[in-house]
Design a binder for this molecule. Structure first.
Ligand code: C6P
Length: 407
């Protein structure tokens, strides 16, 4: 088992104080993760020594930059066990990956009356693109309900599949409830019903082993910044035959094989979907983040976070007035959303910040899910590999302060 307390040393941000004498307790990794030195140094080294545009120049730096960018793609492909690197498209983030599928595959393949199955626990980025498509094309959206425990209602899902949806798109792990959905089982059922599948893996790829071939998923979307990498870069994995048949997303440089005044011929995968100069240094940082996660081990990271979450659930449940939403520990990853009776979540978060405890408050870009629980907002604490029981204790102590202030 890796020494999770010792690896905190790799993250400079975790050593800082929020204000003099108040150390940082970072419990907001679901929003974005902190970055280890290995990522910062890889990006710094890229800019200091190798900076050049890619796929264009034939000078040494251009070749080094291209090799670094494509090398990062290889690492990310291996991390999710993609059959080939060309099936990994660099995007800006999960949101752009999902929009890419909505604007290309969906607009080329779906027509009025076709059904898309989503869930009530989706982040807005796996909801609004489909609502936009529904408004434009008249496709129908249907939702797998969320149970009171915060799980998907699988009987309702089976009934929705009888309606032969064209696409089933759902989150692998909820950014609010922490629920880890049974993706393998759900994808197999969707495939049996003839549907294409898209997995929003923004919260799963960073925290648990994800194997696209074992899952037999058609599209998978995730962001580097939630998995120790930089902001501004994410990835879309896609099945080769689907990606090849899809029209390009954005037009411009690099995504073409040939252009004349009458038209263009699209480039091969993955370049067909990467128009313009991409986030090169960010790709290098993304690759370094994946190296770091691999070295620690995704099984070990998941086990650490689940153990910590079970502990935190127990400790928080003992705080009078705390109501936690979401399932029991075995069914969730390191995310705990809660309300404290009589105190608005924003006030909770503000007082926690005064104690150095960084959490998120609000609807966490999942407004429909909050409505399921009749809550406009929650406070959310989330964990990553660098969090420890000490962080949980600081959270509990800071909550006592909130209660003290609000009586
Ligand atoms: N959730 C949170 O605090 P982007 O912003 O594109 O990198 O990721 C979007 C996204 C998609 N799906 C899920 C399940 C997510 O959790 C997120 C991002 C962050 O919960 C920021 S809103």
């Amino acid at each position: 088992m890796p020494n999770f307390t010792a690896l905190r040393e790799d993250f400079p941000t975790l050593a800082r104080e929020v204000r003099p004498g108040v150390p940082l307790t970072y419990l907001d990794s679901t929003a974005t993760a902190q970055k280890p030195r290995a990522v910062l140094e890889a990006m710094d080294a890229f800019y200091r020594r190798h900076n050049a545009n890619i796929h264009r120049g034939i000078h040494t730096l251009a070749e080094e930059a291209t090799a670094a960018y494509e090398g990062a793609r290889e690492k990310i492909a291996a991390f999710i066990n993609a059959p080939e690197a060309a099936q990994v498209i660099f995007t800006r983030n999960t949101t752009e990956s999902i929009n890419l599928v909505a604007y290309t595959w969906a607009r080329a393949n779906l027509k009025a009356g076709d059904l898309i199955v989503l869930t009530e626990m989706e982040h807005h980025s796996n909801l609004v693109p489909w609502q936009m498509l529904a408004a434009e094309r008249g496709v129908e959206l249907a939702f797998i309900p969320v149970t009171a425990e915060g799980l998907l209602d699988m009987a309702a899902y089976a009934r929705l599949l009888e309606r032969e949806p064209k696409l089933v798109a759902f989150t692998h792990m909820s950014n609010v409830l922490g629920t880890i959905n049974p993706a393998g089982e759900m994808i197999a059922a969707a495939r049996a019903a003839g549907a294409i599948t898209l997995l929003d893996a923004a919260q799963s790829v960073p925290h648990l082993p994800v194997d696209v071939q074992a899952l037999e998923v058609d599209f998978l979307a995730f962001s580097a910044h939630k998995m120790l990498g930089p902001t501004g870069i994410g990835a879309l994995y896609g099945r080769r035959d689907l990606l090849e048949a899809m029209p390009p997303f954005l037009g411009g440089g690099d995504m073409i094989k040939r252009v004349d005044l009458d038209g263009f011929r699209a480039n091969d995968l993955p370049h067909k979907f990467e128009a313009g100069t991409p986030a090169i240094a960010e790709a290098v940082g993304f690759g370094a983040a994946v190296d770091y996660l691999r070295a620690v081990g995704m099984e070990a990271i998941l086990a650490h976070e689940q153990e910590l979450t079970a502990y935190a659930l127990e400790r928080l449940a003992a705080v009078p007035g705390v109501r936690i939403i979401g399932p029991r520990a075995e069914k969730r990853g390191g995310v705990i959303a809660f309300v404290l009776e009589g105190v608005h979540p924003h006030d909770v978060a503000q007082i926690l910040d005064g104690e150095g405890v960084a959490v998120r408050a609000g609807h966490h870009c999942a407004q429909p899910l909050h409505l399921c629980f009749n809550l406009p907002a929650t406070t959310r604490a989330s964990f990553y590999l660098y969090n420890t029981r000490d962080d949980v204790e600081r959270l509990v102590k800071a909550l006592a302060k909130v209660k003290e202030i609000f009586g």
